[in-house]
Design a protein around this ligand. Structure first.
Ligand code: OAD
Length: 255
């Protein structure tokens, strides 16, 4: 299925599965959501895996590990500066906006939005509480004094340096072989929920992917929204196969 062909709503099973998902959301006192790169695909940002994905054009080991940064910080910064520049051209899509509505509907105490994305599009859409598991493209972190600064969409030099101590800055992104900041993980993992929505993620990068298992462990109902089946599909009560920019607004309409 093509993400933009509109055929999702004509799928014969769609109405049934959508109704089941709506019922699960209605019955839940607390809802948690995990998003991945797929939710931003309809905004025009590439996902990581698959044809045309970021990891097809770049090797993880060259641009997304602490060793890569140590070896060749210019290459790493070229990759992240290009991604930062890409953000200037994109806007949140209907999927992001539907999650803003869900937060408004449930209120902050009943809703947690956890994202693996570093693109900032959930906040740009208006989501208030966003747990950014993998950091943020907008932020930089000093490799000397560890100061963190939000540089927004500002154009950065090829090798940006800290204004305070002069050491090299790095993107404030969690790379492979690095642990998630403890506070971020606690915010993401601690909230018990009765319904867990997993949207647009291949579900293979841990520990994020483990949140689905944690949710199952507290007997939450799991709803998956993705173009295709993933490892999370086996844990899901309902799989809504289709583009999140179409599926999520319909889910919210019926809630
Ligand atoms: P992936 O690229 O691994 O997976 C994207 C998922 O989105 C796939 O399952 C697609 O089928 C699905 N998808 C694509 N378009 C969609 C659409 N319009 N609607 C719904 N689903 C859609 O991206 P992530 O799972 O986010 O980590 O990747 C996880 C982590 O691996 C990333 O945070 C990143 C990456 O390496 C770091 O950089 C640390």
């Amino acid at each position: 299925m093509n993400a933009n062909d509109g055929s999702w709503s004509n799928h014969p099973k769609t109405d049934d599965t959508l109704r089941q998902a709506v019922e699960m959301l209605r019955q839940a006192e607390r809802v948690a959501v995990l998003t991945g790169a797929g939710i931003s695909a309809e905004s025009g940002l590439p996902t990581f895996r698959g044809a045309g994905g970021l990891w097809e054009g770049h090797r993880v080991e060259d641009v997304a590990t602490p060793m890569a940064f140590h070896r060749d910080p210019s290459l790493v910064w070229r990759f992240y500066n290009a991604r930062r520049a890409g953000l200037r051209k994109v806007q949140p899509n209907a999927g992001h906006h539907a999650l803003v509505k869900l937060e408004e509907r449930l209120g902050g105490l009943r809703f947690t939005l956890i994202t693996q994305n570093v693109d900032g599009l959930h906040r740009a859409a208006g989501s208030k509480q966003v747990v950014e598991l993998h950091g943020s493209l907008a932020r930089v972190r000093c490799t000397g004094c560890w100061a963190i600064a939000d540089r927004g969409q500002e154009e950065l030099p090829e090798l940006p340096r800290c204004g305070q101590c002069g050491e090299l800055l790095r993107p404030d992104i969690v790379w492979f072989h690095e642990a998630l900041p403890g506070d971020v993980w606690n915010q993401a993992a601690a909230r018990a929920c009765q319904c867990f929505l997993v949207i647009g993620t291949s579900g293979i990068v841990y520990p994020a992917a483990g949140l689905v298992e944690l949710a199952r462990g507290v007997e939450a109902r799991v709803i998956e929204v993705n173009l295709e089946r993933t490892p999370a599909s086996d844990l899901a009560d309902v799989s809504l196969l289709g583009p999140s920019g179409h599926v999520l607004p319909r889910l919210l309409e019926q809630l």
